[in-house]
Write a protein that binds this ligand. Structure first.
Ligand code: THU
Length: 163
C-alpha cells in the first residue's frame, strides 16, 4: 500500500495592478524601509511592513552582524516590534520586499523557516490568519493567505504553553 502523502501549497501569483491601494501601499512601505537595511555582509536588503487591525503600518528591515547568526531577518525585526509595541493589535498582513545593489535577485524571495515559525506563532496567539505578500518586482507578487500555507506541519506543542 502506498503510504506517501502530498502537501499542496496554495498561493496567488499577481501583478501590481491586481492589488488594492492598501496592499500597494504596504508593498511600497516595505520597499522604502529596505533602503535602511543594515546588510554589509550579504548585500541583500530586505524590508517588511506589517499592517495592524488599527490600520497602522509598522516597517523594519534586516539587521546583520559580524557574528553572522546574531543578525535578524526583516520579518522578525518587524513582527517582534509590532508585538512588543502593540501586543493586543491583530496583525492582518505583512509585505516583504528585497533588493540588492550588488547582484540581481530573481523573482522569488520568501521568508526563511524561522520567520515562518514566528508568523505562525502570532497567528495562533491572535486566533486569525496573517496574509503574506512577497514582492521583488511589480510583475510577480506572491500572496499566501496564511503562515501554514508557507509552513505546513508547523511545530506546535500546547503543553509548552504554560504561562
Ligand atoms: N533575510 C531576510 O531579512 N528575510 C528573508 O526572508 C530572507 C533573508 C536577510 C537575512 C540576511 O540579512 C540576508 O537577508 C541574507 O540572508
Amino acid at each position: 500500500m502506498d503510504k506517501s502523502k502530498k502537501i499542496i501549497v496554495n498561493y496567488k501569483e499577481l501583478v501590481i495592478i491586481d492589488l488594492n491601494e492598501s496592499d500597494v501601499n504596504l508593498i511600497r512601505s516595505s520597499q522604502k524601509i529596505l533602503e535602511n537595511s543594515y546588510s554589509p555582509y550579504s548585500g541583500f536588503k530586505v524590508g517588511c511592513s506589517v499592517l495592524l487591525s488599527s490600520g497602522k503600518v509598522l516597517c523594519a528591515n534586516n539587521q546583520e552582524n559580524v557574528a553572522y547568526p546574531s543578525g535578524m531577518c526583516a520579518e522578525r525585526v518587524a513582527l517582534f516590534y509590532a508585538s512588543s509595541k502593540y501586543p493586543n493589535s491583530k496583525i492582518l498582513k505583512i509585505a516583504v520586499s528585497a533588493r540588492s545593489d550588488v547582484f540581481k535577485i530573481n523573482d522569488m524571495i520568501s521568508p526563511c523557516g524561522s520567520c515562518r515559525q514566528v508568523i505562525a506563532e502570532y497567528e495562533r496567539k491572535q486566533g486569525s490568519d496573517i496574509e503574506i505578500i512577497l514582492h521583488v518586482n511589480d510583475d510577480k507578487i506572491l500572496v499566501f493567505e496564511k503562515a501554514s500555507d508557507l509552513l505546513p506541519l508547523v511545530f506546535d506543542s500546547p503543553p509548552l504553553r504554560k504561562y
